[in-house]
Design a protein around this ligand. Structure first.
Ligand code: GLU
Length: 446
């Protein structure tokens, strides 16, 4: 244990680990990880339209470690397609520790997010080339994903990983025995490359751009360059969702509901598809190997925002939705609404109302659906807007006219009666300024 990492850490046992306090230690199986202060803490985000925000130690380099697993899997699928890659690797959570020496019923690694799967995945990229070319090739992909921001390499970490990698060597030999690699694979050089990829460095800021590239269907939001195929990105996000957080993946999918991948250096790559990439980094880990602060951040994030995959985007009033409607969307919505009122399309209006559309929206002349329906004499629509949607019965357009004025002006007596009856039934006495004109004309018409 280094220092006192307990401070500033909120308890997140409330929904995990059956009440056991999470262990909060910086990984120390190699000295390069053990040297990190437990107080380091950063969060960076990059949206799919390139907006950035960052707090804390976001410029300090750290190793991707297992966070590289989804990225190299994405490269493998980008190059070879889903079918080929999954003829070597499964798609199921293993239910076992990430570095278990274990294969599925078909003698394939369970998925590319555990070590066995990631080692096989490493063997699929640029087969037939030397490790130098392979490393450069993958580095190039990672730099493109990061919009050319910081991507480095820690040689010391690589050396230590290799020296202490007995388990990974054991997995490698087991994979070789079970013929899990493509023909002609040199298993020990695959392991070398595997250790090198674990030792690739990023900062929270640069990695948030990588995550944003995944959020953006494979196009880097900073450079606009397509880096990965949509197929590769979709697969990657699916597997991150089900297998990305070690033995906490099921709980994470349940509580946070977003694709993520953590690494033993304390990083968590979190993707809000079509919205943004987020990276948290804090070295103290819980007993399952996930960053304690990172998990807390992800949980708090979906408590505030409706980012959980199964949060309802329309009706979840308690949570914030930062995907605010853009101007375009609002214009489309008011046009759809007013056209439905114009054509008397009650079923379209019912659909809009059910999808929480604001049925009182006004166009640039401050005209509402009720104005339009009244002017066109669509009594069913008028009834629906008043009775079912409870819209304001007396909105005024830019000329000061109400729906009643419209109905009177165009001689739609049935609409006049509906509006009058509704007014009598529900409205408290309305001040003369609102309906005075209409009421006077109504008397003369009846
Ligand atoms: N280098 C570690 C290993 O392969 C990766 C650990 C991790 O981040 O899960 O065992």
């Amino acid at each position: 244990m280094h220092g006192n990492p307990q401070r500033n850490l909120k308890d997140h046992t409330r929904w995990c680990y059956t009440g056991q306090a999470p262990i909060q230690e910086v990984a120390d199986y190699i000295p390069q990880l053990a040297k990190f202060s437990p107080d380091l803490w950063a969060v960076s985000l990059c949206t799919v339209d390139g907006q950035r925000h960052t707090v804390g130690d976001s410029k300090v380099p750290f190793c991707l470690q297992s966070c590289v697993k989804p990225l190299k899997y994405a490269v493998a699928v980008h190059d070879h397609g889903t079918e080929y890659v999954h003829s070597f690797i499964g798609k199921e959570p293993s239910g076992l520790r990430f570095n278990k020496l274990f294969l599925d019923e078909d003698d394939k690694p369970h998925n590319p997010m555990v070590n066995a799967g990631a080692i096989v995945c490493t063997s699929l990229i640029k087969q037939g080339e030397g490790n130098a070319e392979k490393f450069d090739y993958i580095m190039n992909f990672l730099k493109n994903m990061a919009g050319n921001e910081y991507v480095g390499f820690s040689n010391a970490t690589f050396q230590s990983e290799r020296e202490s990698g007995d388990r990974n060597f054991a997995i490698g030999y087991y994979l070789k025995e079970k013929k899990c690699f493509p023909e002609g694979t040199d298993m020990t050089s695959v392991l070398d490359l595997y250790f090198q990829l674990c030792s690739i460095e990023v900062t929270c800021e640069s990695a948030s751009v990588m995550a944003a590239t995944l959020a953006n269907g494979g196009i880097c939001p900073i450079t606009g360059e397509r880096v990965l195929s949509p197929e590769a990105v979709r697969n990657t996000l699916s597997l991150m969702h089900s297998c990305g957080m070690y033995d906490f993946s099921g709980q994470f999918a349940f509580h946070v509901g977003l694709p993520a991948k953590s690494g033993v250096a304390g990083g968590i790559l979190l993707v809000v598809p079509n919205v943004m990439g987020i990276v948290c980094w804090s070295p103290p880990l819980d007993k399952l190997g996930n960053s304690v602060r990172g998990i807390q951040f992800c949980t708090d994030l979906v408590e505030h925002f409706n980012f959980h995959n199964y949060d309802n985007l329309r009706h979840f009033a308690k949570k914030h939705d930062p995907r605010r409607e853009g101007g375009d969307q609002r214009v489309k919505s008011v046009i759809n609404l007013l056209f439905a009122a114009y054509t008397g399309d009650v079923s379209a209006l019912r659909r809009f109302a059910l999808s929480s559309m604001d049925m009182e929206q006004k166009d640039y002349d401050s005209r509402t659906a009720l104005h339009v329906a009244a002017a066109e004499g669509h009594s069913e629509v008028v009834r629906f807007l008043l009775e079912a949607c409870r819209v304001n019965p007396v909105p005024r357009d830019r000329w000061g006219n109400t729906p009643m004025d419209e109905a009177l002006h165009f001689g739609h007596h049935d609409v006049v009666v509906i509006l009058q009856q509704y007014n009598d039934k529900y409205s408290p006495p309305v001040d003369a300024g609102d309906t005075g004109r209409a009421e006077k004309s109504l008397d003369s018409l009846l």
